[in-house]
Design a protein around this ligand. Structure first.
Ligand SMILES: Nc1nc2c(ncn2[C@@H]2O[C@H](COP(=O)(O)OP(=O)(O)OP(=O)(O)O)[C@@H](O)[C@H]2O)c(=O)[nH]1
Ligand SMILES: [Mg+2]
Ligand SMILES: [Zn+2]
Length: 301
């Protein structure tokens, strides 16, 4: 019985753990069972004990995490760890069906930044319409971008090359094609996917659990459930500006060292927005996150 493994998925109280001898079903045992905040998630490297009479191994603890992607619901009171030990978070958006939700994409990018995980963009369904404007917006922010179509195969080879030997997580709204993309890069996987609702042009929340998939070419790709709202968690309002890479060059040039880049005179960030160096709608996303965090009580528990 191997003593270690990596969590690939969790369904209720049952964890699927990848070990040197293959997949093992495991349940939490002992004190990890009661750790709510440090809940074991996909990507955690866990310690295993013996197999019990039900054929399940016990998870008795986990290695310290290199990083963890956390999010909370807009009005939720607790942070929810999604996955741990990631090399990259790829925010996924379609060019259409559903149409891009820029505010949500910016939030997800900022969450990756706040968790200190390198971020990038996957633009899906590029067979439907042009993606040039969308790509430009994020390229100017400094993010790497992978435009793809599973219908035409465009961009898939480049995307696959970027996944090699990395632990990559896909996040984004429901219906943008995260699971479809995973099925494309790992044939034989057959994750569930669904047509988006024609009436409301929204996904149907087809994926309900995060799942980490080992790739034949080396590395892991994590599929996650889509959602439409997400809050930024646990960072100080003044740290938000750092989560917008294209604003960083200006932060030290404001007149006041403690500038919030909102209404203060001599703000170098706002000057950059006025000159069109920082896109106005990215700055609006910044304002929205700053205000949200400023309104949040400091202590939740
Ligand atoms: N035209 C086109 N449709 C695509 C493409 N990729 C995915 N789709 C379609 O988009 C729909 C939604 O795909 P899913 O893979 O279920 O989306 P998801 O992001 O996993 O959604 P959730 O699991 O709900 O978060 C499906 O009908 C796919 O066939 C693409 O490149 N082009
Ligand atoms: Mg899915
Ligand atoms: Zn400023």
């Amino acid at each position: 019985m191997p003593r270690q493994g990596v969590v690939l998925a969790r369904r209720g109280s049952s964890y699927s753990v990848s070990t040197s001898l293959g997949l093992v079903d495991a349940v939490l045992r002992g004190k990890v069972k009661h750790q709510d905040k440090e809940r074991i998630v996909v990507g955690d490297r866990v310690h295993l004990d013996r197999v019990d009479e039900h054929g399940s191994a016990g998870i008795t603890g986990a290695e310290p995490r290199r990083n963890v992607l956390e999010r909370r619901s807009m009005n939720g009171r607790t942070a929810r760890p999604v996955a741990a030990n990631l090399d990259r978070v790829l925010v996924t958006t379609s060019v259409a069906q559903p149409k891009p939700n820029l505010g949500l994409i910016d939030r997800l990018l900022a969450i990756a930044e706040a968790n200190e995980i390198p971020a990038g963009l996957v633009i899906t369904k590029i067979d439907l319409t042009t993606h040039a404007d969308l790509a430009r917006r994020f390229k100017s922010a400094g993010y790497p971008i992978w435009p793809v179509s599973i219908k035409t195969g465009e961009g898939i080879a480049e995307f696959v090359a970027a996944l090699k030997d990395q632990v990559t997580l896909l996040t984004g709204p429901s219906g943008v094609g995260k699971s479809s993309l995973l099925n494309k890069v790992q044939p034989g996987l057959s994750l569930r996917t669904a047509e988006i609702s024609a009436k409301i042009e929204r996904g149907k929340n087809t994926t309900v659990h995060a799942e980490m998939v080992p790739l034949d070419g080396g590395g892991f790709l994590v599929d996650t459930p889509g959602f439409s709202d997400v809050g930024l968690w646990g960072i100080e309002p003044r740290e938000v500006a750092r989560c917008f890479p294209e604003m960083r060059p200006f932060l030290a040039r404001c007149k006041f060292a403690d500038c919030h880049h909102m209404t203060e005179p001599g703000c170098a960030v706002r000057a950059a927005v006025e000159q069109g160096v920082v896109p106005g709608d990215r700055y609006e996303s910044y304002q929205s996150l700053f205000n949200e965090l400023s309104d949040t009580p400091k202590h939740w528990e």
